[in-house]
Design a protein around this ligand. Structure first.
Ligand code: SAH
Length: 246
């Protein structure tokens, strides 16, 4: 089943992992459950013999791992992102438990590439990283000690995904085409430029405007066509301003 849809459309993204052993453990956890695509965002040390040792027979996943400079880069071509978080945040995405999260990932894999994102061992996912996620997923655990080892968290989610594939019917037929991450990022960059140029956004006091907009877009699951309408509107407003000046 390794690499075959729908599991073949699910990538596991580790954000800034500090311990190479955990990268190896994650690769092994993935391969035992039939997942094959590992992305690493700014790993502290990779490649690393410790990762190789802990991966055991899953060294091929390490060789094929994609190393990225930012989480946005790792998500550029994805249409749905679930972020794993042991804690609730003030500005986080809608939340669900692991089993439902696995089902939601599979449902969205019918429309394109999807990602399952894990945070750094000591800091977890930052608010900025969670703002790139459409859903926050939590593994039910002891409320007094709920933080699992990174490799263990990857194992549980990959198991849930495999279980969900077993019980799932055929992939749903996609209706509208969701916008991939890179297009939403380009819209946000355009909005930020326009907000600065118009004076709406004060660069000395940006507050959390862009974070809030990112979260709004993640919640509303923009379609490709909606992104082009918004980009077109912005361009038209920008031209209007130019015309008035001349
Ligand atoms: N100390 C961090 C947790 C780091 S564990 C914190 O309190 O946020 C490393 C990663 O494993 C987390 O960022 C998360 O992605 C995942 N993880 C660990 N325990 C989890 C849980 N109970 N539910 C969901 N994800 C979990």
């Amino acid at each position: 089943m390794n690499g075959a849809p729908p599991l073949g459309r699910i990538r596991v993204v580790l954000c800034q992992p500090s311990h190479p052993g955990n990268i190896g453990a994650a690769a092994r956890a993935m391969k035992t459950m039939g997942l094959g695509r590992l992305y690493l965002v700014k790993p502290k040390s990779f490649p690393d013999p410790e990762a190789q040792a802990r991966a055991s027979g899953a060294g091929d996943l390490l060789e094929g791992a994609v190393v990225c400079a930012s989480l946005a880069e790792a998500l550029a071509d994805t249409v749905f992102v679930a972020g794993m978080s042991a804690r609730r945040r003030d500005l986080s995405a809608p939340f669900c438990w692991a089993r439902e999260g696995a089902q939601r990932l599979l449902d969205n894999a019918a429309q394109g590439e999807v990602a399952l994102v894990f945070g750094n061992e000591s800091a977890g996912l930052s608010n900025e990283e969670l703002a790139l996620c459409h859903l926050a997923v939590t593994i039910l655990a002891n409320p007094d000690y709920s933080s699992l080892n990174l490799g263990a968290a990857v194992q549980i989610m990959c198991y849930e995904l495999r279980l969900a594939v077993l019980v799932a019917g055929p992939l749903a037929v996609a209706e509208a085409m969701p916008a991939p991450g890179a297009e939403v990022e380009a819209l946000l960059a355009h909005l930020e430029r326009a907000a600065l140029a118009s004076g709406f956004l004060d660069p000395s006091q940006p507050k959390r405007l862009m974070l809030r907009l990112r979260r709004l877009f993640a919640r509303s699951r923009l379609e490709r066509e909606e992104v082009s309408i918004l980009r077109g509107l912005l361009t038209s407003f920008e031209k209007q301003k130019f015309r008035r000046k001349t």
